[in-house]
Unconditional design. Sequence first.
Length: 215
Amino acid sequence: MENHMTFTHIFFDLDGTLIDSSEGIHNGFVQTFERLGLPVPSNQKIRTFMGPPLEVTFKEEISEEGAAQAVKIYRDYYETKGQFEAHLYDGIKEVLEKLSHDPNKKIYITTSKNEPTALEMCEYLGITEFFDGIYGATPTAFHKADILQRAITENQAPKYQSVIVGDTKFDLIGGKTVGIKTIAVTWGFGTNETLLAENPDFVTETPQELWDILK
């Protein structure tokens, strides 16, 4: 697809887009089900929990009542251990570095991870300095569209020059809900079928392709 757009405000999802955090997330879910005395779902099933907000997953998998406790157990594990079981995807640091040096572009993180954890994780991975803002879930706003809208509003981002980069349908739906362009990356947690079903504006298979669209 030809890129006639110049994006000035770029909103990145974190997990599955910039960082491969699947090991820590996987272990977090295993721990949570074990501690609640529930059967641990298959690896394949756990893979589908990567992307949606925790609140949504646990309501579906456990119960309305049990969800809050499950979220707490998961976060306890994640904050002490899981968040450090992660690394940047190859080639991503270079893309962020180049974007951060472009005076005409602003880059942000918009993640469904809770905000303090997202900040800590970016610090740990050494990427905080590249971003103009890092936005995560708050207890009252954890859907991607809410997080994006907050970032757009606070930074007065022009929607026609804004884009979200993400690896699951939740990122693409969030982008469409707030009215910005969408870029799907295929190296994360979403399957290609579920991504293409949302008709993203662009699909990229490597960080290099992503750079070609964003530069």
